[in-house]
Design a binder for this molecule. Structure first.
Ligand SMILES: [Zn+2]
Length: 203
């Protein structure tokens, strides 16, 4: 499963949405971004963003997610590249889409990395005979991870495990955001509906 997590700030709150390859959407094959919920799968509370502004899709040939601008009068930027109407640009780990006054950060989840380069990243025991990719052992370790999900220049986003009896020694039961689709590393509880906490940088 190829997927990314997109992160942005809205009125001081960090928002996160997962985008999966081929997920059900208003325009099958792409996930649409903009201000208008009738036309978009993910909406932004930013008056400078167009009602239907952009779409994100998975490009099999390049094994990456791409963003396409749908709005001639409202270009967007990806990192330092200007994207005009119908223009497409690849999204890399930690890429930032700038549109309206919003900065959307792109996080490729661990499972994406494993599937795009399994022979490089996985130890020999991590694939079974059917070629199915299994979780790499480091995924189940409780702290840290390969991808620094949820880290922005403003601070770091964590999930809160909803299981009150979780064995996490952290009093707030904080879990790295990249566990979103994997479950709590301490007790295995699904984090699909977990709350999140944004810890601002001290400096
Ligand atoms: Zn837990």
């Amino acid at each position: 499963m190829h997927e990314i997590i997109i992160l942005w700030e809205e009125k001081g709150v960090t928002k996160a949405e997962t985008i999966k390859e081929g997920q059900p959407s208003k325009n099958p094959g792409t996930v649409r971004l903009g201000r208008e919920p009738n036309h978009c799968d993910i909406t932004f509370d930013d008056p400078r963003i167009s009602r239907l502004h952009a779409e994100i899709f998975y490009n099999n040939q390049h094994s990456k997610f791409y963003v396409r601008n749908l709005k001639a009068s409202n270009p967007l930027m990806v990192d330092d590249q200007l994207v005009v109407k119908d223009g497409e640009v690849a999204l890399n780990q930690d890429s930032v889409i700038y549109f309206g006054q919003t900065e959307v950060k792109i996080i490729y989840t661990n499972s994406t990395n494993m599937l795009t380069a399994p022979t490089i990243l996985l130890p020999p025991t991590a694939s079974n005979n059917n070629g199915t990719v299994l979780h790499s052992p480091h995924i189940s370790q409780p702290i840290g991870g390969v991808v620094p999900a949820g880290i922005s220049r403003f601070g770091t986003t964590h999930l809160v495990c909803p299981n009150l009896n979780c064995s996490n020694p952290d009093p707030q039961r904080l879990i790295p955001l990249e566990r979103l689709n994997v479950g709590c590393s301490w007790c295995g509880t699904s984090l699909a509906d977990a709350g999140s906490v944004f810890l601002p940088n001290n400096n």
